[in-house]
Design a protein around this ligand. Structure first.
Ligand SMILES: [Zn+2]
Length: 257
């Protein structure tokens, strides 16, 4: 810190007199550049920065290959977001899921989540595992926390309405040799809804976790963002969209360079 202060004051002195000592000024500028590159190099070492795999397309999962696109149904692929690591597709099947079963097997929440898993399982194989650390997707039996954001202009707090679910993902490196870039999802799902609506919400969130990272503008689709009185089953538009997502490039599921 102190060293950089002295360096900067010495450098700015050079700047002040740059007309008379222009050679000296350029010399200092080059030296400053070299020091900057060395510092950034050092930081890279500290944080273990490394380059990520390049974007590549995985083979289409057989279950999705079997789905014949219903072209007249259309899709909402244009609304699916590409993340910094590309599309959020899975490349190893079955995808493992863990659910919180502390309320027992007859719990309506457990039944609804299992029904949602069974519905998507037709199109992408899913299997329930006993330990959360073995799971690609973890279901948590809880209502998402309230989130507040500060409006920078008015300094007022905006509190989002209570939500029934929240789906998020994290990236990690597998322990294989060489490691692969992978992702893991966490779905918080409220236990305070009716069975019917828990099932609708679970189907929606699982759609996100399987790669549909966006929303449909059609209330007949599972990925419609608002709750409807009669949550729809997985639609041809949902499946056309899912299949398109799995034909896109991703950095996930590929070996680190
Ligand atoms: Zn959503």
């Amino acid at each position: 810190m102190l060293a950089s202060f002295f360096f900067l004051s010495w450098f700015s002195r050079g700047v002040k007199h740059y007309k008379r000592h222009w050679l000296k000024y350029w010399g200092r500028l080059v030296l400053f550049g070299v020091v900057l590159v060395l510092c950034l190099g050092g930081l890279r070492g500290v944080y273990g920065a490394t380059s990520l795999p390049s974007l590549q397309v995985h083979p289409l999962p057989p279950t999705l290959r079997e789905w014949t696109d219903q072209e007249n149904a259309g899709d909402y692929f244009a609304q699916v977001e590409e993340t910094p690591v590309g599309y959020l597709v899975w490349s190893e099947f079955p995808v493992t899921v863990y659910l919180d079963r502390r309320e027992g097997e007859d719990d309506l929440w457990v039944k609804a989540v299992r029904k949602a898993i069974a519905a998507w399982n037709v199109y992408l194989p899913l299997v329930e595992v006993e330990q959360p650390e073995d799971a690609d997707i973890i279901w948590v039996r809880s209502r998402p926390p309230l989130r507040a954001t500060v409006n920078r202009e008015t300094r007022e707090l905006d509190i989002a309405g209570a939500r029934n679910a929240e789906t998020s993902y994290k990236l990690y490196l597998t322990e294989t040799k060489p490691p692969q870039l992978s992702h893991r999802f966490k779905i918080l799902l409220s236990p305070h809804q009716s069975y019917h609506h828990t099932l609708g919400t679970a189907r929606h969130e699982l759609g996100h976790a399987l790669g549909i990272w966006g929303h449909s503008d059609n209330p007949q689709d599972v990925l419609y963002p608002s709750q409807v009185s009669d949550p729809p089953p997985i639609s041809p538009r949902d499946l056309n969209t899912l299949k398109k997502v799995y034909q896109q490039p991703t950095k996930l599921g590929w070996e680190m360079p």
